[in-house]
Design a protein around this ligand. Structure first.
Ligand code: RB5
Length: 156
């Protein structure tokens, strides 16, 4: 599986650790920046990664910043994208099984590198089931998103 990854300047080290971890596990990783020392606005990276996920280029992606929060907020602005901040194993599991999140967000200023690697492993191993009780809830997210877009278009 090909995985997209992105960070801002606050999480460059975490991105590189996770990228190496994924590559060692055999994943192909596409790096959307930021590069070392590059000053970048995290919304720009989050948007590029989320847009690529929404277009179906990637089934899974990783976004890291200082807290994971800014990346997550921005990624969730892209229709069709479900991003989740996961700093504990239960959230990592449930973000897949309950929410079908395609993007995991983490904060380098919040958790250590080893925990981040372990959470990423859990998250990658968990799958969403279309037959699960969570399916109608995720479907409802999609319906509400679509109705919001339609209402916004009418106002134009
Ligand atoms: C630094 O720009 C910091 O605000 C950012 O990495 C992130 O934590 C925002 O949510």
């Amino acid at each position: 599986m090909k995985i997209a990854i992105g960070c801002d300047e606050a999480a460059y080290n975490l991105k590189m650790v996770l990228k190496k971890h994924l590559e060692e596990k055999g994943y192909e990783v596409d790096d959307f920046g930021a590069d070392k020392g590059e000053k970048i606005l995290y919304p720009d990276v989050a948007y590029k990664v989320a847009d690529a996920v929404a277009r179906g280029k990637y089934k899974r992606a990783v976004l890291v910043c200082g807290t994971g929060l800014g990346m997550c907020i921005c990624a969730n602005k892209v229709p069709g994208v479900r991003a989740a901040v996961c700093h504990d194993s239960f959230s990592a599991e449930r973000s897949r099984k309950s929410n079908n999140a395609q993007i995991i967000c983490m904060g380098e200023r919040v958790i250590g590198m080893e925990l981040a690697k372990s959470l990423l492993d859990i998250w990658l191993e968990c799958e969403f089931s279309e037959q699960s009780r969570s399916q109608p809830k995720v479907q409802r997210i999609n319906e509400l998103e679509q109705s919001h877009i339609k209402a916004a278009m009418k106002k134009l």
